[in-house]
Ligand binder design. Structure first.
Ligand code: NAD
Length: 303
């Protein structure tokens, strides 16, 4: 069995695969090289760099499994893979806690203006009055999407003595009740109430521009919004206008409509914190992702 590791993954995953297969690590492979060589492989491991397009998949005559070390399979043409009988797996659980912790970081830095205060001190200023913050205690967290990550964010926010309301049309009411959160049927009901809004839904036609001009009008004047899910769920033009006109308290993004968000007008603003799609980037999450991806390939090889 021959496995191609096309994007860099933790060494432990590579070692595990070497026990059962010939492993080629080529994390700089180009689409042109991949299309020529993909038929040699029984399995491939990717993260987000390698795009497994229809054209590449159609040439993958021996491929049995595509393992995405991570969550989103946006870089894999899943329909083309399914048509060719190739299994596509991800490692959804591996990054849950890591993304929830990054979300907490962005909530805290928004509430306490940590990122902008850091910039100020490093430019030799001492602007204490400018950085008056807000406590999380007794504030309302609004969660869009109460899946793996959303639930982990809620349990962390409960430790900060926050209340939580949730919009997730697919969440059974009894699950919400057991988790001690209020479930609302309309996203606007959540936006009216929440002091901190955090997004944990997938990007789908239904969630594209879920937060647009109208939604910013509904939010509280001092509300903060955090997106560690996918770019495109918040409309960036509407976000820019809302922040520029101080319609909301602030925002924090880890993901963008276009990545990297080159020369974005959002860069001008002081009331937004930006990170470069690193919510899943911890050693622990990347190691788990590599191990789980390797395990899934081993299972397929074992039959
Ligand atoms: P999940 O599938 O466990 O949870 C998603 C939740 O969203 C589900 O409960 C689902 O019912 C709900 N949902 C679906 N459509 C909805 C809609 N229209 N309105 C409201 N709720 C809706 O997924 P997860 O593991 O919690 O991941 C959530 C998102 O985080 C994913 O989209 C993923 O792409 C993103 N993510 C980002 C990073 C990063 O590096 N920034 C890393 C991992 C995951």
């Amino acid at each position: 069995m021959k496995v191609l590791i096309a994007d860099s993954i933790d060494e432990k995953g590579v070692e595990n695969l070497k026990e059962v297969a010939d492993v080629i690590v080529d994390t700089k492979i180009t689409p042109e090289e991949l299309i020529k060589t993909i038929d040699q492989y029984d399995a491939i491991v990717v993260r987000s760099r390698t795009k497994l397009t229809k054209e590449i998949i159609e040439k993958a005559d021996n491929l049995k499994i595509i393992a995405r070390a991570g969550v989103g399979v946006d870089n894999v043409d899943v329909d083309a893979a399914t048509k060719k009988g190739i299994m596509v797996v991800n490692t959804a659980e591996s990054t849950t806690v890591t993304v929830a912790e990054h979300t907490m970081g962005l909530i805290l830095t928004s509430a306490r203006k940590i990122a902008i205060a850091d910039k100020s001190v490093k430019s030799n200023k001492w602007e204490k009055a400018k950085f008056m913050g807000t406590e999380l205690k007794n504030k309302t967290l609004g969660v869009l999407g109460m899946g793996r990550i959303g639930s982990q964010v809620v349990s962390r926010c409960k430790a900060f003595e926050m209340d939580a309301i949730v919009y997730d049309p697919y969440l059974p009411p009894e699950v919400a009740k057991n988790m001690g959160v209020e479930l609302v049927n309309e996203v606007h009901d959540l936006l009216k109430e929440a002091d901190f809004i955090t997004i944990h839904v997938p990007l789908t036609p239904e969630t594209k521009d879920l937060i647009d001009e109208e939604e910013f009008e509904i939010m509280k004047d001092n509300a903060f919004i955090v997106n560690c899910a996918r770019g495109g769920i918040i409309n960036e033009d509407a976000l820019y206008n809302a922040l520029k006109e101080n319609k909301i308290g602030g925002a924090a993004l880890d993901v963008y409509e276009n990545e990297p968000p080159k020369d974005s007008k959002l860069f001008e603003l002081d009331n937004i914190v930006l990170t470069p799609h690193i919510a899943a980037s911890t050693n622990e999450a990347q190691r788990d992702a590599a191990i789980i991806a390797a395990d899934e390939i081993v299972e397929v090889f074992k039959g």
